[in-house]
Write a protein that binds this ligand. Structure first.
Ligand code: ZN
Length: 238
């Protein structure tokens, strides 16, 4: 598993069609188009074919879940006719999603090969993970700056280490919401948000066509164009 903190229950998961009831008896045809359309939203385009191959080959029951603070993804072993299950958070950017998915598939491959004899992120897992990541490096799926850090990470991949932090930081750059934010008109009144320069405001009422906002630090009021891009921090902070 790729953990952040303690476990949290997952709610409102999206289960990819075609594997939703996958078991020994009911072996539904994988609905290729649906699968690919959904996966396209989450993965870099030139990684899709290979990931799709693995999902079919290992009969993976893949769930794309709501954001869990405790972990980015997890893997549960196949047993008693139920398939291998992998879940990945829906808020990851494409590169983070791919790395997390490959991380979990590596657990699956290790389980198939060694059962429970190998440690979760032991040398067997590291080797498998590196081998699974290789084709994406060769295909230049990642931008150059990320590629260099991923290469380092693969030399000593572990669930928690310095290289993990470096990689997490490098991946964060590609978080769209963090970079581009949302339009201020999409936020509820009283939502606290920040601008790309780090200044923090609270959205207040609409004044004619613009939104009145208060700078939390200075207490000064400003009017924002409804299409201004901001980064929401918290809903309705009192
Ligand atoms: Zn793991």
């Amino acid at each position: 598993m790729l953990f952040l903190k303690n476990q949290e229950r997952q709610k409102n998961a999206i289960v990819l069609p075609g594997v939703i009831k996958f078991n020994k008896k009911t072996c539904p045809p994988v609905i290729m188009d649906d699968y690919q359309i959904i996966l396209q939203k989450y993965l870099p385009e030139n990684s899709l074919d290979l990931i799709f191959e693995w999902i079919k080959q290992y009969k993976i029951h893949l769930r794309i879940t709501r954001t869990r603070r405790s972990k980015l993804g997890d893997y549960r072993q196949a047993h008693n006719g139920s398939p291998h299950r992998i879940s990945i958070n829906n808020n990851l950017n494409k590169y983070a999603f791919l790395i997390t998915l490959v991380h979990e598939i590596a657990h699956l491959v290790v389980f198939e090969k060694y059962g429970n004899r190998a440690r979760p992120h032991g040398k067997e897992w590291k080797l498998v993970f590196r081998n699974l990541m290789n084709p994406f490096i060769i295909e230049k799926v990642f931008p150059d700056d990320l590629s260099a850090i991923i290469y380092q990470y693969l030399q000593n991949a572990a669930a928690s280490s310095n290289t993990n932090i470096l990689l997490a930081r490098a991946l964060k750059k590609y978080d769209e919401n963090e970079v581009s934010g949302v339009h201020i008109e999409e936020l509820n009144e009283n939502t606290v948000f920040k601008l790309s320069n780090g200044k923090v405001f609270k959205k207040l009422e609409k004044r004619r066509k613009r939104f009145k906002c208060v700078n939390i630090e200075s207490g000064k009021y400003y009017l924002f164009d409804p299409l201004a891009r901001v980064i929401p921090l918290e809903d309705e902070l009192a």
